[in-house]
Design a protein around this ligand. Structure first.
Ligand code: SF4
Ligand code: SF4
Length: 184
């Protein structure tokens, strides 16, 4: 049969010599490799006691952002959904009513906003497409779940806590983004 690659190695079928039959050189070679690994640095991280530093460009779970007055930034324009190559985002728009100015920054808002994390490839295009700084990818992992339905995140799960009414939760959720905002 024709090999698919040129990586095939031919098998040595010569009869074993006396030394090879004793297996001592092979055992010594194996022990040497084992000993060598004792003195090399262990790459294992003992999670959760130890945590690996994230790359500065790590992209994790999406967060729906609020403005400095705690109002939702999203205007349900749909640009993030259009930009998403995985078609992971769906939303329904609604008109802001009188008296809701403290909840929604613009006259239109997302009454429903969902991201299917089983589809998301964390490319960050939704963040780039958004003209309102309403969505960004955080430094948080998407946690493991037991059913597919649990991977569909709704607006309440994605919305960052309100920095006016729940400052502590907001700071925890915003994480490094607060530091970046402070530096910029
Ligand atoms: S990160 Fe990429 S794949 Fe995930 S929701 Fe945003 S645009 Fe879609
Ligand atoms: S997150 Fe941004 S791009 Fe997506 S619908 Fe809201 S305002 Fe538009």
């Amino acid at each position: 049969m024709q090999p698919l690659t040129n990586k095939a190695a031919s098998v040595d079928r010569r009869p074993m010599s006396f030394m090879e039959k004793m297996y001592l050189p092979a055992i010594a070679k194996g022990m040497f490799i084992t000993l060598k690994h004792i003195f090399t640095r262990n790459p294992t991280i003992h999670y959760p006691e130890q945590k690996r530093e994230f790359s500065p460009v790590f992209r994790g779970l999406q967060v729906l952002n609020r403005d400095e007055e705690g109002r939702e930034n999203c205007t349900a324009c749909g640009l993030c959904a259009v930009a998403c190559p995985a078609e992971a985002i769906t939303m329904e728009a609604a008109e802001r009513k009188e008296g809701e100015e403290h909840l929604y920054r613009e006259e239109k808002y997302a009454a429903k906003y969902e991201i299917n994390m089983l589809r998301c490839i964390f490319c960050g295009l939704c963040e780039e497409a958004c003209p309102k700084d309403a969505i960004y990818l955080s430094e948080t992992f998407t946690p493991a779940e037991y059913s597919r339905k649990q991977f569909i995140y709704n607006k309440q799960e994605l919305l960052i806590p309100n920095r006016i009414t729940d400052k502590e939760a907001y700071e925890k959720a915003a994480g490094k983004r607060i530091k970046r905002e402070t530096v910029n």
